[in-house]
Every structure is written in structure tokens, then in C-alpha cells.
Design a protein around this ligand. Structure first.
Ligand code: ATP
Length: 579
């Protein structure tokens, strides 16, 4: 257990170390801020010496002006330090946010299976802010505080070692108390942070599910769940506030004991003639200074501990492998048969595909059919190289597909999903999204027309300049699908992957989208997951998938003759259409 803790501590330091070198940390600014803080501490260390001189009756111009100069310089520097510090923190912030954003764009899809999108949001926004506070704020302060503490202790001893010892004897009691308190305070902080993260996750998930909540009339239930989360965060915050508050009386109490000790000992030494009153006053100022420094260790410790969660999450993201867009054979077209050779695949422990061996012929339409959850979409994901098979190979002709450059591979096909997502922006921007060549207005109009989308687009007052809203929310499902088909037409890939593009539509929209699909698939290699009998019947080849295995391959007629499951599938389909 102890060893594990030690290992975890070592790991977290390693994570800080790695992160420092992963992003563009503004080293020059960091050095400037650290130097400025050390300069400020040096002024603080000098000031009591001039106070002492004045107390001893030396009111020469040099002494008075220097003392005033120190105060003025300190005030100016503290403003400067605060300003520079903000700059450093923002610069670090921006470099980590950019780094994380780039990694999120280049991370393989399975990362998103493991981490919820709302958590990704908090990694990009909140976790990065914590790291930059630590690297840009805490580390320079820690260096200058260590410098100031060492300086104060040396000066205290140089005044009078017995008085110095009286302070130092008391310091361990203070440090131990503060470590115990610090751990307690850290736990309270952590609970509050965790509950805030839970509340944020809850809100981001629920707010995109409002239609679901309304249609199932679960508002009251969700109100209660939300209220429970809000209250739970409130309680943790209150607890944290009380524990934070305890710090003040605790420090005041210990400060009092220390001050009494210094006063009593001071009176004793002054009365004995060992030290003068001015030395004693300066000594007291240094003791007060030391307390301020010791207090800041406690705050830094808590900040460091609280930031550890964020650090390890960001380090895990930064260390996870990225998709490689650079290596691999160049490819312009997918122009050979696609061959699955004994392909098996699992999502974690869920075995989905088992020993799939099949050929998707070039230039033909292949329909994949089968019961829900059988693994049809997974086949399309494997073709897109979102995941790699656990066993077996997928070949283009006789070359394994992972040998091709990934960017070329993904540029070589077009994909239309079950419910196509659009991005906020205009209809035009969405139609040309991902089309990597210049397209004329005429081409856009032609693509929209072929996708049976022109009519509804022209009915909008702003036509192609109509804003589609977040994720295309201002359009209907059928309209979104037709825009996605227009996009696929403009990409003009010879290889198409269509994942039940009409599944979520009513029969009128389905008809419009079906017309668009017929335009799209004409003369191309197509893999289409289909549920409508007309698409299936027209396909050159049908692959019937059942529970991750291939149950039959052939044309509609062949399968009707030979495959019991297919016969049942068609019978059910005809019955459901009739009803
Ligand atoms: N990202 C994922 N992580 C874990 N399991 C997954 C993931 N995607 C799919 N699955 C599981 O894999 C199995 C096959 O899913 P897949 O989407 O390939 O089936 P499908 O035949 O396309 O189903 P449908 O017709 O309902 O779309 C299901 O049991 C599903 O729960």
C-alpha cells in the first residue's frame, strides 16, 4: 500500500515534468517572473534592516530615502509581478489548450468511447487552467518563497542565535500542524471539485436531452436529480468554506504563541543587555515575515494537490497514441475489391465480429443486412479505420488497408451516417464541408438538386445562406440527410459507405432521400447498411450478419432460395410494410 502511494507520487511528479516539455512553455517569461519575485523578496528582507537603523536613531538621508525607496519599489514591483504573472499564466493556458485541442482532433475514436465528451470539455477548459496556475503561478512563487524563507532564517540567526533557535524550535510544530490541516483542507477541496465536475457533467448531458425529458415527462425526476447534485456541491462548498476559515484562527493562535515567546525572550535578552531594542524590533519583523512565508507553503501544498487530478488526466491524454496521418503508401482511389479475411473485433470485452470472411466487390453495391446489434455499423467503422481488427486482415486487393496513408484512405471514400450531423454555419458551408477542392456555386446547386435538397433549400428566405443551428438542429432529419448526401456527391468519391441513411425518416422524407441515394450510388462502389427491401433487392450482393457472424452472402434471389434467416427477414419486412 505504502509502495503504491510512493509510486503514485513519483508518477505524478513525472507527469508534471513531462507536461512541462510537451507544450510551448514561455520559459523567458517564467524566468522574468521568478527573478521579479526573488527581487521582491530581497526587498522584503532588506526593509527591517533600515527600520532597525531608524529605530536606533539613524535618520540620515541615505537610510530614510532607502527605506522609502524600498517601499515604493516594492509597491511598483508587486503591480508588475501581478501583471506579468497573469501574462505567463495565460500564455501557458493557451499553449496547453492548443496542445489538447490538437490531440483531441488526432486521437483515435476509441478514446471517445472511454472518456465522455463532457469530460473532454472539462479537460480542455478547466484542467488546463489548473496546470497553468501551477506552472505559471505556483512554481515561481515556490522558488521565491524558499529563497525568502532561507534568507529570513539566516538573518534571524545572524541577529541572535538564541532568539533564532526559539523561532526554529516552534517552526516544526507549526509545519506539522499545517501538514495535518493541509491534508484535511485538500480533501475538502477535492470533494468540492469532484462534485462540481459531477454537476457540470450532469448539466451538459441533460441539457442536450431536453426533448427526451419532455416527451417522457421526466422533468420532475430530473429536477430532483439536478437538485440533488446542486445540493451536494453546495454542502461540499460549505464544508470547504468552514475548513478554509479554520486556517485563520489556527494561524492567528500559533502566531500569538510565537509572538508571546519572542516578546518574553526579547524582554529577557534586552533586560540582560544581550540585544538592543532596535534589534529586537527588526527581529520581530523578520519573524512576522517568516510566518507569512510558512503560511504560503500551506496554500501552495493545497493548490499542488488539487491540481494533481488535472495533471494526471492531461498527462494521460498527452501520452495516449495519436492517429498517424504521415506514414503509409499514398492512395488516390479505392479501386480494387475490399477483402475481409477472418476478421474478429471486440469493443473492450464485448466481442462483436467473429471470423468475418467476405469480399466487397469493386464497382458493385453491397448491402449489409441483419438484426440490430449484430455488428453492421462496426464493419463500416473497421473499413473507415476507426478501429483495427483484433484478429484477421482487411485487404484492398492484396494490400492490408492499414498500409495506406490514413489521410489518403479517409479522403478516398464518402460516408453518410444514420443521422448525419451538421455543424453550426450555413447550408452552403455544410455542403462543402470536407470537400478539399474549389467548388463553384453551380456545382453546389447541382449537388443539392441531385440530393433532392434544392427545393427545400430554395424555400428558405436565405437559401444556401440559411443558418442550420447547433448540430443542424434547425433542419429536419430528412433535410439533414439530403445535405449530407449533397456533401458526399460533391466529394465525388468512387467508394461510398452508407449506414442506414433513411432509418430515422418518415416515409415522405425517406422517398426523397432514397431518390438522392439512387443518384449518389450510381456507378460507384457502395457498402450500404439497409433495412428497406427495395435497396436490398437492387444490391449486387447482400451480406447477412447475425450476432457478429456471416450467415449468408449472395443476391436477393440466391439468399431467398438458400438462407432461412434471410427468408424470415424478408417475410417480416413484407408483413411490417403491409401493416
Ligand atoms: N463504441 C462502442 N463501444 C462499445 N460497444 C459498442 C460500441 N459500438 C457498438 N457497440 C456494441 O457492439 C455491438 C454491435 O454494434 P453495431 O452498432 O455494430 O451493430 P449494428 O448491427 O449496426 O446495430 P444497429 O442496426 O442497431 O445499428 C452492439 O452490441 C453494441 O452495443
Amino acid at each position: 500500500m505504502k509502495n503504491e502511494k510512493k509510486k503514485a507520487r513519483k508518477e505524478i511528479w513525472k507527469a508534471y515534468f513531462r507536461l512541462v516539455f510537451k507544450a510551448k512553455v514561455p520559459w523567458v517569461w517564467l524566468i522574468i517572473i521568478t527573478a521579479a519575485l526573488i527581487g521582491q523578496s530581497t526587498l522584503s528582507l532588506l526593509f527591517p534592516q533600515y527600520t532597525q537603523k531608524i529605530m536606533a536613531g539613524d535618520i540620515s538621508k541615505t537610510v530614510v530615502y532607502t527605506a522609502v525607496g524600498i517601499i515604493v519599489l516594492q509597491t511598483v514591483m508587486s503591480g508588475f509581478v501581478r501583471y506579468i504573472n497573469k501574462i505567463v499564466i495565460y500564455k501557458i493556458d493557451v499553449s496547453y489548450r492548443s496542445l489538447i485541442w490538437k490531440r483531441l482532433m488526432r486521437s483515435p475514436l476509441h478514446l471517445y468511447d472511454e472518456v465522455k465528451p463532457s469530460e473532454m470539455v472539462s479537460r480542455t477548459a478547466a484542467d488546463t487552467a489548473q496546470i497553468s496556475q501551477v506552472l505559471g503561478g505556483l512554481f515561481p512563487y515556490a522558488i521565491s518563497t524558499v529563497y525568502a524563507t532561507a534568507g529570513t532564517i539566516i538573518i534571524l540567526f545572524s541577529y541572535d542565535w538564541k532568539l533564532g533557535l526559539s523561532v526554529l524550535i516552534f517552526a516544526p510544530i507549526y509545519v506539522i500542524t499545517m501538514i495535518v490541516y493541509g491534508k484535511w483542507n485538500y480533501r475538502a477541496n477535492k470533494v468540492a471539485y469532484d462534485r462540481l465536475a459531477k454537476l457540470t457533467q450532469f448539466l451538459s448531458e441533460l441539457l442536450v436531452s431536453i426533448p427526451l425529458i419532455k416527451s417522457f415527462v421526466t422533468e420532475k425526476k430530473e429536477e430532483k436529480r439536478g437538485e440533488a447534485n446542486i445540493q451536494s456541491y453546495y454542502k461540499a462548498s460549505m464544508r470547504r468554506a468552514i475548513i478554509n476559515w479554520i486556517e485563520t484562527p489556527l494561524v492567528v493562535f500559533m502566531n500569538l504563541i510565537q509572538t508571546i515567546l519572542v516578546i518574553v525572550l526579547g524582554i529577557y535578552f534586552v533586560s540582560k543587555g544581550d540585544i538592543t531594542i532596535d534589534v529586537w524590533i527588526a527581529f520581530n519583523m523578520y519573524v512576522a515575515f517568516l510566518w507569512v512565508e510558512l503560511e504560503s507553503y500551506n496554500r501552495m501544498y493545497i493548490q499542488l494537490k488539487v491540481s494533481q487530478g488535472a495533471t494526471s488526466r492531461i498527462a494521460a491524454l498527452v501520452d495516449s497514441p495519436l492517429e498517424d496521418y504521415e506514414q503509409g503508401k499514398p492512395l488516390t482511389k479505392i479501386d480494387a475489391d475490399l477483402i475481409f479475411e477472418e476478421v474478429s473485433f471486440s469493443y473492450g470485452d464485448t466481442h462483436v465480429l467473429k471470423d468475418i470472411t467476405v469480399t466487397i466487390p469493386h464497382g458493385k453495391v453491397t448491402a449489409i443486412v441483419g438484426a440490430s446489434g449484430g455488428g453492421k455499423s462496426t464493419i463500416i467503422s473497421l473499413i473507415q479505420r476507426f478501429y483495427s481488427p483484433d484478429r484477421g486482415k482487411i485487404l484492398l486487393g492484396d494490400t492490408p488497408i492499414e498500409q495506406y496513408n490514413l489521410e489518403d484512405w479517409r479522403n478516398a471514400y464518402s460516408y453518410v451516417a444514420q443521422d448525419s450531423l451538421l455543424l453550426s454555419g450555413t447550408i452552403r458551408e455544410n455542403i462543402i464541408y470536407g470537400v478539399k477542392r474549389d467548388v463553384s456555386e453551380k456545382e453546389i446547386i447541382e449537388a443539392a438538386e441531385a440530393a433532392s435538397a434544392l427545393q427545400f433549400i430554395e424555400e428558405f428566405p436565405d437559401g444556401f445562406d440559411t443558418e442550420v443551428g447547433e448540430s443542424g438542429a434547425k433542419l429536419s432529419g430528412g433535410q439533414r440527410q439530403r445535405i449530407a448526401i449533397a456533401r458526399a456527391l460533391l466529394r465525388d468519391s468512387q467508394f461510398l459507405l452508407l449506414d442506414e441513411p433513411t432509418s430515422s425518416l418518415d416515409s415522405r422524407s425517406e422517398k426523397a432521400v432514397q431518390d438522392a441515394i439512387n443518384h449518389l450510388i450510381d456507378g460507384r462502389t457502395v457498402v450500404i447498411i439497409a433495412h428497406d427491401l427495395s435497396t436490398i433487392q437492387d444490391a449486387d450482393q447482400i451480406i447477412l450478419i447475425d450476432e457478429g457472424k456471416i450467415d449468408g452472402v449472395g443476391t436477393h434471389e440466391e439468399l431467398l432460395e438458400t438462407n432461412t434467416l434471410y427468408k424470415l427477414f424478408v417475410k417480416l419486412h413484407v408483413e411490417s410494410s403491409a401493416s
